[in-house]
Design a binder for this molecule. Structure first.
Ligand SMILES: [Zn+2]
Length: 111
């Protein structure tokens, strides 16, 4: 067991930080035994990069949805509406993917 710093984001994302010390079981200099223990947890003030990306994409989707609504009322932008709706679908898929990765990391014990 070797000791590492640990960074934790309020959204549950986390990652290992710097190596802090070897345990008595590990005798090879500069090596770690593979089992990580938390030396110190540092709380990050903001949501993680992953969440930032998700929020950014969600804002884009929300804006597109408003545009589509407006264009539908105007009634003469069918091609643009279809194109935007396809982009929205693509973005929603990406959001789902990012969110799944985020949840996997949140619940993972070791990474
Ligand atoms: Zn996050």
């Amino acid at each position: 067991m070797c000791y590492f710093d640990h960074q934790l984001w309020p959204c549950g994302w986390w990652k290992w930080g710097s190596f802090r010390g070897q345990c008595p079981k590990e005798y090879r200099t500069g090596e770690t035994c593979g089992l990580k223990l938390i030396y110190n947890t540092y709380l990050e003030p903001q949501v993680c990069k992953h969440c930032e990306q998700i929020y950014k994409k969600q804002r884009r989707v929300a804006k597109m949805a408003e545009d589509v609504k407006r264009w539908r009322c105007e009634g003469n932008r069918r091609a643009t509406v279809e194109k935007t709706e396809r982009e929205m679908m693509e973005l929603n898929l990406q959001i789902n993917q990012l969110w799944t990765e985020h949840e996997i990391r949140r619940h993972a014990i070791n990474y």
